[in-house]
Ligand binder design. Structure first.
Ligand code: SF4
Ligand code: SF4
Length: 164
């Protein structure tokens, strides 16, 4: 080990731009949510929430943390998910998301999830599930914005409002 070259990890400065990743979607992707609700309804699934995210929704609903967790959150292994109705719909879906400004990262970042962005064919597969991602739909999201959303960094103002 003593002979291994030492590597220093210098802190990026404001002058150091991070390298632009060479992604297959480097020219951007079109997307516009049609509000169809398909990603919030149907087959059973999980809407993962951190404590911070569930607190944010509780604040949005002007509900106490404990009441919110008892009523709307279930433990799945070591994680937490919003509950769903017997038909698999998210408990907060009523003709649209009723907690939209405080929705968790999983929802804020859809459909720009790593698995959907992993390849062109993965994105094309998604097109059958998400009408907003079909060719010709919506505006072009540039690479930088996609990367930001993918990391959960979009809509910072909304997040800051409910994620204290
Ligand atoms: S499936 Fe796509 S278009 Fe439909 S609500 Fe979800 S994100 Fe929007
Ligand atoms: S929290 Fe809102 S956006 Fe997320 S699954 Fe439920 S209804 Fe859909």
């Amino acid at each position: 080990m003593a002979n291994e070259p030492k590597r220093s990890r210098s802190k990026p400065t404001s002058k150091t731009k991070p390298p632009t990743p060479d992604r297959w979607y480097k020219d951007g992707l079109r997307f516009e949510c049609t509000q169809c609700g398909d990603c919030c309804t149907g087959a059973p699934g999980y809407v993962w929430v951190t404590h911070r995210e569930s607190d944010a929704i509780a604040r949005f609903l002007q509900m106490s943390r404990d009441t919110f967790r008892k009523r709307y959150v279930r433990k799945v292994g070591r994680r937490y998910s919003l509950i769903e109705r017997a038909n698999g719909d998210c408990v907060f879906f009523h003709d649209g998301c009723t907690v939209y400004p405080a929705r968790p990262k999983q929802c804020r970042t859809y459909p720009f999830w790593p698995e959907n962005l992993s390849s062109r064919s993965a994105w094309e597969e998604l097109e059958s599930e998400c009408p907003g991602a079909r060719p010709g739909k919506g505006r072009v999201y540039p690479l930088e914005e996609i990367e930001l959303i993918r990391r959960g960094g979009s809509e910072a103002s909304l997040r800051d409002k409910w994620d204290e």
